[in-house]
Design a protein around this ligand. Structure first.
Ligand code: UD2
Length: 328
């Protein structure tokens, strides 16, 4: 098949990290569009409950065969053995959406070798499978972390690459691997550079969880919010369902692309965000300022022309709507 229309493609689509925050929203959209999905996840941060709706018997594609299969496995061990029984049953893999990763920038600074093995090594495992098995398209979750600080705003994909953490280095190394497999082995790839993704199911429990999940969690309970620094730092917050649409659009094309920013092009200062979240939750939380995080970038804003042109997707959810959905 030269190009895969997501409404008619009967091949499997594999989502690594599919039980996680972004992964589970992507799985939802794929199954809603009639695809059979295989999730590979080690459940280190992913949760069964994120996929619970697809465990119901009515969600089958033909007869009794389920629309979703979940394999508990670690991406660092490769994916051939995990996928073999499923491809024997359902046929070949058409696309792989590779989201499984060690997700904390701070953890990567303390444990660069672990980060490299999971994040860069995991990508190589996925690409080796794609090369050997003739997978049509690999979509990879890269990050705005590849840019570092100092790029002109809004940040274009052609901006200098200057990662400030092992996490950013490994994301960029994975992008290079994607480009290499495309050039040398003909595996079409798309690296999506996510900006600050937020929405329902984002886990608020780690100190390095997304700020919106932390603020929402605390403001709902009437607890104090902490702003690191003066709160003038800005971020480009993109709603998770819009990110899932971008991912599925990238998977649905058999063409490879250059890296693509996934953001809104709009920004908000963190102190403004804190005030809005507190107000939406009934105004009970105090806000206090703590010292700024070391090595933190001050401003972040995506140039999103390539996302619009290559993927035909706009991040249409306003921050007001996205926050309302997150809080409900
Ligand atoms: C995001 C990504 C990270 C990496 C990075 C690249 C998330 C969760 N993290 O980090 O993986 O791609 O971008 O630049 O998307 N803040 C507070 N109070 C809190 C928590 C956070 O003031 O309780 C501030 C924090 O100092 C920062 C902003 O909120 O200025 C956003 O923090 P974040 O941890 O959500 O995301 P970020 O941009 O540091």
């Amino acid at each position: 098949m030269s190009s895969s229309d997501s409404t008619t493609d009967n091949r499997l689509v594999v989502v690594t990290g599919g039980a996680g925050f972004i992964g589970s929203h992507t799985v939802d959209l794929l199954i809603e569009r009639g695809r059979r999905v295989v999730v590979l996840d080690n459940f280190s941060t992913g949760r069964r409950s994120n996929l619970a709706r697809w465990a119901e018997p009515q969600h089958s594609l033909s007869g009794t065969s389920p629309a979703l299969e979940v394999v508990v496995t670690d991406i660092g061990h490769g994916i051939f053995a995990a996928l073999a029984p499923l491809t024997a049953k359902y046929g070949p893999v058409g696309q792989i959406i590779h989201l499984a990763a060690q997700v904390s920038v701070v953890h990567s600074v303390a444990n660069p070798l672990v980060d490299m093995q999971t994040n860069y090594g995991g990508t190589l495992h996925v690409l080796e499978y794609a090369r050997a098995m003739g997978v049509e398209k690999v979509v990879f979750a890269s990050s705005a972390a590849v840019y570092g600080d100092g790029a002109a705003l809004p940040v274009a994909e052609s901006s200098p690459i200057q990662p400030l953490s092992p996490y950013g280095i490994d994301k960029y190394a994975s992008e290079l691997a994607l480009a290499y497999y495309q050039m040398v082995h003909g595996v079409a790839g798309a690296a999506l550079r996510f900006f600050n993704v937020y929405g329902p199911r984002q886990d608020p429990t780690s100190p390095y969880s997304g700020v919106i999940s932390i603020f929402s969690d605390r403001a709902r309970a009437g607890k104090e919010l902490a702003i690191f620094g003066d709160g003038e730092q800005t971020r480009d917050f993109v709603y998770v369902a819009d990110v899932a649409r971008a991912i599925v659009a990238a998977a649905s094309s058999s063409r490879g692309t250059a890296p693509i920013n996934i953001g809104t092009g709009r920004t908000i200062a963190i102190k403004e965000l804190a005030a809005i979240v507190v107000e939406l939750c009934g105004g009970r939380s105090a806000i206090r300022h703590l010292p700024a995080r070391a090595g933190e970038i001050l401003q972040s804003q995506a140039l999103v022309e390539r996302m619009h042109q290559e993927l035909g997707v706009r991040a249409e959810t306003s921050l007001a709507d996205g926050l309302a959905r997150t809080l409900s």
